[in-house]
Ligand binder design. Structure first.
Ligand code: SER
Length: 310
């Protein structure tokens, strides 16, 4: 039995709900404490109501449960952050400072914090975006993630904090709903295809973005956290790649299962965000350093999504 005690902050979000299940399978049900700002009635395991910005509250939860690792997933995503820039900056940064300081002060041993493809911007090369490249994000979300990456690396170099991070692409899963991202269409489209046989997309048909099926994202996250520290050579955040596709391509793939499915396009403010993000990602460093590889392509993901959502 593992001696790790894991705290997931932001456990009720798209990643948190699935990650909690995966970690509970690996580490034991009661060794994973979920925390979120939301009230949860009848939680399935240990649960604490917690605002990531409440430093004292967070430290009390860490001490109460003898937490050794924190996964900090609480954040506002790209689209919501543009509507609430002040809250996005405060939440995305304060939460991280609180967790990094807990590690610096020796309260916890290991930190996971997600970054995003949103750290890149309009001046970044869009095809096979390298690990190290021009980064001039132009969304509040991207700016907070880039600043966060710099803080993670700084805390590692200066204070020896064992912090690990991945730049997630758009994540697609059937167990939980995304909230407030620019890539959310790639989840909604499956639900609507099954329910209504049609979907109105908020991005244009040829907007290619890096995406990933949730089982791959969970595998990457846990694999990175379980790698020996010497293998984790990048302490800002790792590029990882899954599948790159456009709304037109995912619609074509869905039509192989639901021939009558139709899609229309009505780009909104999220189009401008997507236009500044990479189309594909070079993840050589993650592959070399800790053995990452993805399992799902567009066709395998589509089949699995539709089978499970049915
Ligand atoms: N999926 C996220 C978003 O669209 C990217 O990190 O905001």
């Amino acid at each position: 039995m593992s001696t790790e005690k894991i705290l997931i902050i932001g456990s009720q979000g798209q990643i948190g709900l699935e990650l909690a299940e995966a970690l509970r399978n690996n580490y034991g049900h009661d060794n994973v404490v979920c925390a979120d700002v939301k009230d949860v009635e009848n939680p399935v395991g240990p649960y604490e109501k917690l605002d990531a910005m409440d430093r004292q509250g967070m430290y009390e939860v860490i001490k109460k449960h003898g937490v050794s690792q924190v996964y900090l997933l609480a954040a506002l995503l790209s689209a919501t952050a543009e509507q609430k820039p002040k809250l996005a900056w405060d939440l995305n940064m304060e939460g991280l400072f609180n967790v990094l300081d807990a590690a610096k002060e020796g309260m916890i041993k290991k930190v996971y914090w997600p970054s995003s493809i949103a750290v890149f911007g309009p001046t970044t090369p869009r095809v096979n975006t390298p690990q190290y490249t021009v980064m001039e994000p132009n969304t509040i979300y991207g700016i907070s993630k880039q600043a966060g990456e710099r803080y993670c690396e700084y805390y590692h170099q200066k204070y020896g904090v064992d912090v690990r991070s991945i730049r997630y692409p758009g994540l697609i899963g059937h167990k939980s709903a995304p909230g407030g991202g620019t890539t959310d269409y790639a989840v909604h489209i499956y639900h609507e295809a099954l329910k209504n046989k049609s979907y109105e997309c908020f991005l244009s048909e040829d907007t290619t973005l890096p995406m990933m099926y949730m089982p791959d994202a969970l595998k990457a996250t846990i694999q990175l956290m379980e790698s020996s520290a010497d293998k984790v050579k990048i302490r800002s955040s790792y590029n990882i790649a899954g599948i790159s596709f456009s709304p037109k391509e995912i619609a074509d793939e869905i039509r192989k299962h639901i021939p009558e499915f139709s899609i229309t396009y009505k780009p909104d403010f999220r189009q401008a965000i997507a236009n500044c993000w990479p189309g594909s990602i070079d993840d050589t460093r993650a592959r070399e350093d800790w053995g990452w590889h993805n399992d799902f392509d567009l066709s395998a993901m589509t089949k699995d999504m539709l089978d499970n959502l049915k």
